[in-house]
Design a binder for this molecule. Structure first.
Ligand SMILES: [Ca+2]
Ligand SMILES: [Ca+2]
Length: 228
């Protein structure tokens, strides 16, 4: 099964069953990036002007966009030769905030994923949503190999899911060590009501068809005649 389908199913499953909380779902080994699950909104190839990342999302705080290694401030995510985001980018520690409150993308975000380079113990993220603030550290994602700039273990595509009706407001990226590096931030759209309605109609049609078939089969059976 393709990762995209798996990711969608994971998202649908969690969306239907999880509590209203941002959740770390899973991650895939990188070096290079195994590829986005959702639609890439930010690849950081376009210069950021006045904090505008695109799609109504802004970035503020301490960050730099680099291409390639930038010692001692940042290292390119393994296998990534393109521009990427580094926090803080020019100092030892700091944070940057992505603000999604002005998001203009589609029907809303049901989950998101990105390629996280050289996952460090000093890396932390806070996901601020309509239901609360949820924090994750590099150690929550991988148990060992922290900070490696080359291994598949420490360079991963990480996937987060939002609960039903939960609205993403901000993601804050922190680093107490240089640095928090990421690229190709992607989102999975919340299924539109019309999509759910079509799926429901489909299920009901199949159910109805099976009931009719079952009924016809029972009606068509010749019962053995009882003779006295
Ligand atoms: Ca890029
Ligand atoms: Ca790092």
């Amino acid at each position: 099964m393709s990762r995209v389908i798996t990711g969608t199913l994971v998202s649908l499953f969690l969306g239907a069953s999880a509590a209203h909380a941002a959740t770390f779902v899973t991650s895939f080994a990188g070096a290079p990036d195994p590829g986005a699950i959702g639609t890439v909104l930010f690849d950081f190839e376009t210069p950021v002007v006045a904090g505008q990342l695109g799609h109504g999302v802004t970035i503020a705080g301490e960050y730099q966009i680099y291409t390639g290694d930038a010692p001692p401030n940042a290292a390119a995510p393994a296998g990534d030769a393109t521009a990427y985001l580094a926090v803080p980018g020019t100092s030892y520690s700091g944070f940057a905030t992505l603000d999604f409150t002005g998001l203009t993308y589609g029907p809303g975000i049901g989950g998101f994923d990105f390629y996280w380079g050289s996952i460090d113990k000093g890396n932390r993220m806070a996901i601020v949503t309509s239901t609360g603030t949820y924090t994750f550290t590099g150690a929550d994602i991988i148990g060992s190999g922290l900070g490696s700039t080359t291994t598949a273990q420490a360079n991963r595509r990480v996937i987060f899911d939002l609960g039903p009706g939960e609205i993403l407001q901000q993601i804050r990226f922190y680093s107490d060590l240089p640095a928090f590096e990421l690229d190709d931030f992607a989102v999975v759209a919340v299924p539109e009501p019309s999509t759910w309605a079509m799926m429901l109609v489909g299920f009901l049609s199949i159910g109805s068809m099976l009931r009719r078939r079952d009924s016809a089969r029972r009606g068509g059976v010749t019962m053995p005649k009882l003779t006295s």
